[in-house]
Design a protein around this ligand. Structure first.
Ligand SMILES: Nc1nc2c(c(=O)[nH]1)N[C@H]1C(S)=C(S)[C@@H](COP(=O)(O)O)O[C@H]1N2
Ligand SMILES: [Mo]
Length: 398
């Protein structure tokens, strides 16, 4: 207990053994994401019960997202008393040939470890722009990250357990607790279809950016399924189930992380049977430099850059517009470090005269699909807004 508190605060608690058993030290009651989670001071807190924190576009300029700029999305309460020595991951289920449990040490020593840079975007990123509005966290554009994740391939674990031919889905269970305080209530239990589970890049990860996973992001073990809505990437996982039906845990069913199978008019009530599960996230991009509101001296060219990603696809083309979408110019686009990592793009932009401009960015995926200029298909829960990101720029005379 004391050891896990020390882990949270990052130093030992002098006189800790004198604390009453149920005493809650002040740092646990702290409400500042900077001191609680080490987040950058410019991160935006959308909710503190549960914790939901997003980045601003200019904070995401690094090629690999550092921990302090990574959004946090929680549906419940972050678990506290984590004992990594006794942590186990159990794999079982109707389509499992065996039931097996692995300690962290088993995972680290008995299987080969892989590292991939993986884009994790919340399905609700961009929700704040839908009209009529959708309930839930009003994410703007900052619920996306692309860190390096290290762990074992889910497919290697599944091979070790043995999977029956009728398996269709993998579901996860994590150690976070329900907001109601009811210990028997599961917060969220989603997962991925078998073909996604079997991809090389789908990891049961124990490290992020070369270190233990930060507590808020799933320490000590999480599923990472890049390219899918990040809700598929279960944090604090201690159990995986191999299902012979589409997994039906909390937030897998009903309208959660689902969109209408066919486009609907804004505000429509959509019957559940018309909703389909979100799998690949759509093509999208961000302008991470400069910050919106930048001021440029007349005659100077402006370097503009950002990232682009496309769920299960890759990004083939990147364009920007400085005339409100009337014309577009192709810009430099890098390759992803690996499949499912975002891609760097950059451009030297010439702004013809002094005055106000907007730079709009538009990515096109490997299927030829481009980002829409305006908010796309309204849906009841406000998912999948991949409209073009834009920044304001002013050119001034010196
Ligand atoms: N156990 C558990 N896993 C979870 C969640 C959660 O609330 N509990 N939230 C999911 C959602 S909706 C998202 S978007 C991502 C966010 O991951 P992050 O907080 O590491 O950025 O975690 C997913 N995994
Ligand atoms: Mo999410």
């Amino acid at each position: 207990m004391l050891a896990s508190l020390s882990t949270v605060i990052g130093t030992n608690i002098v006189f800790g053994e004198k604390m009453e058993k149920d005493y809650e030290p002040l740092f646990l009651q702290d409400n500042d994401p900077q001191s609680l989670f080490g987040k950058h001071a410019e991160m935006t807190t959308l909710n503190d019960r549960p914790w939901n924190i997003e980045a601003k576009a200019h904070l995401l300029d690094d090629a690999v997202t550092p921990e302090d700029r990574m959004f946090i999305r929680n549906n419940g309460v972050i678990p506290r008393n984590i004992d990594p020595e006794n942590w186990t991951l159990t794999i079982e289920g109707e389509s499992a040939q065996n039931q097996k449990s692995y300690t962290l040490n088993d995972l680290k020593t008995k299987f080969k470890a892989y590292t991939y840079q993986l884009t994790l975007e919340c399905g609700g990123n961009g929700r704040s722009e839908f009209n009529p509005p959708a309930k839930g966290n009003q994410w703007t554009i900052g619920a996306v990250s692309c860190a390096n994740w290290t762990g074992v391939r889910l497919k290697d674990l599944l091979a070790d357990v043995g999977v029956n031919g009728d398996a269709v889905y993998i579901g996860y269970y994590g150690k976070d607790t329900h907001l109601s305080g009811d210990p028997n209530k599961v917060v969220i239990s989603r997962g991925v279809p078998m073909d996604k589970a079997m991809q090389d890049e789908t990891l049961v990860a124990f490290a992020m950016n070369g270190k233990d996973i930060p507590l808020a992001h799933g320490y000590p073990l999480r599923l990472v399924a890049g390219g899918f809505p990040a809700s598929a990437s279960g944090k604090w996982i201690n159990r995986l189930v191999i299902r012979n039906i589409v997994h039906d845990g909390p937030k897998m069913t009903g309208t959660a992380y689902r969109v209408p199978a066919e486009p609907v008019a804004p505000g429509t009530e959509v019957p559940e049977e018309m909703m389909k599960i979100i799998e690949s996230m759509p093509v999208k991009s961000l302008i991470t430099y400069p910050k919106s509101g930048a001021i440029v001296k007349e005659g100077q060219s402006l370097e503009v850059r950002g990232h682009a990603w496309a769920g299960e696809q890759s990004v083939n083309e990147m364009d920007i517009s400085i005339d409100f979408g009337a014309t577009w110019q192709r810009v430099r686009l890098g390759r992803p470090k690996n499949r499912l990592a975002w891609q760097r793009w950059s451009a030297d932009v010439k702004l013809p005269q002094k005055g106000y401009y907007e730079v709009w960015a538009r990515a096109t995926d490997s299927n030829g699909k481009s980002q829409p200029m305006v908010v796309p298909g309204w849906n009841p829960k406000g998912y999948l807004n991949n409209a073009c990101h834009r920044i304001a720029v002013k050119v001034v005379t010196v």
